[in-house]
Design a protein around this ligand. Structure first.
Ligand code: SF4
Ligand code: SF4
Ligand code: SF4
Length: 584
């Protein structure tokens, strides 16, 4: 293996040997030298536009953006001279002069890269205060709010939407002072080809993009004595919520989260992982039926609503490939408002079902037609992980010191298969555990399908199940989904089963998860840490196969009859529509 060439440079008097091809910013970070950034987002937006990361290089006139400058032999770099500090203050002053500086009422207060820099560089007065653009806030969609009054035109969202997701729902319109992040014909995000994946929110350094707030609605219901307010939490939430309280990325805080939800006043706290077990029962059965009866293959998973919206807009002809299964939280909501309501003798009209999700697209999903299995909306409100954290803070709960408690019975039992739903490859692995045992008619020797784990954008595996060749593919992120869709459309795909999640890395990296700064995104493998948290829950679970979940078995016996039954279809399956597509 050939070793990479090393380059000798000096940064702030420190002599360093750095791999060729690295940028000055990367070299500085390796040496623990801090250079501030704002428009920089590793591998996504490396344009050197905002000029926060400027450095002085000996022998060069002016300042150089360190995020795009590659190291060169003998470079002598200074990162924090008094002149650079003043230049950065001027940059910040100019940005803030055209910024709505309402930090107190901003969702990013305390987690805003601009605010943190303004504080660090002591920008307390705005010297260049002048004319300001005023924008109408776009809050028409059920999922996302765009407030350009807080936009600093860093383009991190645009690059994410275009390069990572290959959607192109947003771009920069106009020039000069009139430049702004816009959509086709300046339409609302609700009326363009936006999938509501929320990856642009995760990329935004400030409060210009955010989820539609549901906390007020949920507080109102929690105050309503007549409402029976039930909450369920998705697998990926428990390995990220702790980050909002300073805990290590990927820590499993399920026990503290349940205690917090009970303290907030929810009547019952349930686990969406149980819903995921229902999804596997239904999806696995649907897959086996398609296999046996020459149904449409490959079958594609349907639990990621951003992905479903994407295929409805972009590949409507391929909709018969998509499983008719609702996503786990919708299935779970339908079970609560039917089986559970009957069993507990509660009027389902009084049940208010809240889902805590790592996703903003779920806010859109609950508004879709055909999502009221029991005659009432399956789910009434979706809170993101961030929104739950806000509610916990409002309630003055000291999250890190809360004792652990367990999910409520009789719906509290979930398997490790349900837990891994929250990461790319997890739905496929959970389904393979059940499908293999059903088709083979005996217990699996090998429970883990490591072929579909890991960080690759697209994972493929050839498996032998009950003497059949089964080819599977797993893709996360919509640019990768597009590659698989093109293969299917062109007749080049020989898979039988495909898992797709809209967010790169799956739900652990969903658009509703805690937002990480550009620096953390560049230096820590957030996706891996959160996914490891879920695999560890799976390993420690008493039951690791959905069909062995005692609660699920009981409900099929008592109520649903069997997977794929008429009743199961009424409650747990849905349909899709072709959606109009708009282009920037
Ligand atoms: S985006 Fe940041 S600087 Fe702007 S109002 Fe919000 S918290 Fe304050
Ligand atoms: S939510 Fe997703 S599709 Fe919509 S603008 Fe943001 S990145 Fe693009
Ligand atoms: S909306 Fe956010 S990410 Fe997009 S350009 Fe504005 S500040 Fe940057």
């Amino acid at each position: 293996m050939s070793e990479n060439k090393m380059i000798n440079i000096t940064i702030d008097g420190k002599q360093l040997s750095v791999e060729e091809g690295k940028t000055v910013l990367e070299a500085a970070r390796q040496a623990n030298i801090e250079i501030p950034t704002l428009c920089f987002l590793k591998d996504i937006n490396e344009v050197g536009d905002c000029r926060m990361c400027i450095v002085e290089i000996e022998g060069r006139r002016g300042y150089t953006p360190s995020c795009i400058q590659k190291v060169e032999e003998g470079m002598n770099i200074k990162t924090n001279t008094p002149a650079l500090i003043e230049a950065r203050r001027v940059v910040l002053d100019l940005i803030l002069s055209n910024h709505d500086r309402k930090c107190l009422t901003c969702t990013r207060n305390g987690n805003c890269e601009l605010q943190a820099l303004a504080e660090k560089y002591n920008v307390t007065e705005i010297e260049y205060d002048g004319e300001r653009n005023e924008y109408e806030i776009d809050e028409l969609s059920p999922a996302i709010v765009k407030d350009l009054n807080k936009c600093i035109l860093c383009r991190r969202c645009v690059a994410t939407c275009n390069k990572v997701q290959e959607i192109g729902a947003i771009g920069v319109a106009n020039r000069g002072f009139a430049s702004c992040v816009s959509t086709a014909s300046n339409a609302s995000l609700n009326d363009v080809n936006c999938t509501f994946c929320g990856q642009c929110i995760e990329a935004c350094p400030v409060g210009a993009l955010k989820e539609k707030d549901s906390t007020q609605l949920v507080w109102r219901k929690l105050r309503d004595k007549d409402a029976y307010v039930v909450v369920q939490t998705a697998p990926a939430v428990r390995v990220a919520l702790g980050e909002e309280f300073g805990m290590e990325i990927g820590t499993n805080v399920a026990g503290k989260m349940v205690t917090a939800l009970k303290r907030l006043g929810f009547d019952k706290v349930f686990d969406t992982n149980t819903g995921a077990d229902f999804t596997i029962m239904e999806e696995g059965t649907e897959f086996i039926e398609r296999l046996k009866n020459n149904g449409v293959l490959p079958m594609i998973t349907s639990c990621s609503p951003g992905w479903v919206r994407y295929i409805e807009m972009n590949y409507p002809d391929l909709l018969p490939h998509v499983s008719t299964c609702k996503s786990p939280h919708q299935m779970f909501g339908a079970i609560i408002k039917s089986y559970y309501a009957e069993k507990m003798n509660i009027d389902p009209a009084k049940i208010f079902m809240v889902s805590v999700m790592p996703c903003i697209s779920k806010k859109f999903e609950i508004t879709r037609d055909d999502m009221a299995g029991a005659g009432y909306s399956d789910v009434d409100a979706v809170l993101t992980t961030r929104e739950l954290a806000r509610m916990i803070k409002q309630a003055n709960l000291d999250f890190t010191t809360l004792e652990d408690s367990g999910f409520d019975d009789p719906m509290g039992e979930a398997t490790g298969a349900g837990a891994i739903f929250g990461t790319t490859g997890g739905v496929m692995e959970a389904a393979l555990r059940t499908v293999s045992e059903v088709l083979e008619g005996k217990e699996l020797n090998k429970l883990e399908f490591k072929e579909v784990r890991g960080e690759k954008d697209i994972k493929k595996a050839d498996l032998q199940i009950a003497g059949k060749d089964i080819k599977v593919a797993v893709a996360s992120g919509l640019a990768n989904a597009k590659k698989i869709m093109e293969e299917i459309k062109n007749g080049n795909a020989d898979y039988q089963f495909v898992e797709i999640m809209a967010c790169p890395g799956g739900c652990v990296m969903g658009g509703g998860q805690p937002i990480k700064s550009s620096k953390i995104r560049a230096t820590v493998d957030v996706r891996k840490k959160r996914a490891e948290g879920l695999y560890s829950i799976d390993e420690k679970s008493q039951f690791r196969k959905s069909h062995e979940n005692p609660a699920v078995k009981k409900i099929y016996d008592e109520y649903l009859e069997k997977p794929g039954s008429h009743k199961a279809h009424e409650l747990l399956h849905t349909s899709y529509v072709e959606r109009e597509k708009y282009k920037m």
